[in-house]
Design a protein around this ligand. Structure first.
Ligand code: IMP
Ligand code: MG
Length: 177
């Protein structure tokens, strides 16, 4: 069994999400904004974020599949669900749960750039630094963390724990992710 320890409470998450939404509303005001949520992990974060946004926007989703052996990402990423919105000329905001190696965000930025948006920004609930392989940086970050495997608030471990309202760190015997 997994041992989990509370890391971010509901209140802390709610406060950060509201702050991020305020910053985004200020920065992207007057632009044609498309939020692109990265499934599955970002679904709860995105749902809370949009309810605090004060600017008009549309929402779309992508889902990524990565191929590689074992737990180490090979960097071979594809869309298993692509964007359905035409993003040309629009202000794109990628909404991601966690940036870990950075491969997913780097892939998304590159592929979306080909579609000539006005801009691409990244909003990540958690920026995890330890395993970063690509020099990607989020424009809006909820929490910065050095290491640890997190669950709750949309984040899963083998599809478990997404529904937890708080974020926990899994402690023991689960390094294989
Ligand atoms: P990367 O930045 O391409 O390495 O991948 C980031 C993705 O890996 C995130 O969107 C999550 O789906 C997943 N991920 C990375 N770290 C964690 C974690 O601590 N808990 C749950 N999912 C994670
Ligand atoms: Mg994800």
């Amino acid at each position: 069994m997994e041992e989990k320890e509370l890391l971010y409470s509901q209140e802390r998450i709610a406060e950060r999400v509201k702050t991020l939404a305020d910053l985004i509303s200020r920065d992207l005001e007057g632009q044609e904004v498309v939020l692109i949520g990265v499934l599955k992990g970002a679904f709860i974060f995105l749902a809370d974020l949009v309810r605090h946004l004060k600017i008009p926007h549309t929402v779309d989703f992508v889902r990524l599949a990565s191929y590689g052996s074992g737990s180490v990402s090979s960097g071979e990423i594809t869309f298993s669900k692509d964007v359905e919105t035409d993003v040309e000329g629009k202000a794109v905001l990628i909404v991601e749960d966690i940036i870990d190696t950075g491969e997913s965000i780097a892939f998304l930025q590159e592929r979306l750039q080909e579609r000539r948006p006005a801009s691409i920004r990244v909003c990540a609930l958690i920026d995890k630094r330890e395993r970063r392989e690509r020099a990607v940086a989020a424009d809006y970050v909820g929490f910065e963390l050095e290491e640890g495997f997190l669950v709750g608030y949309g984040l899963d471990f083998n599809e478990k724990f997404r529904c937890l309202p708080e974020i926990y760190v899994i402690r023991e015997g689960n390094s294989d992710h």
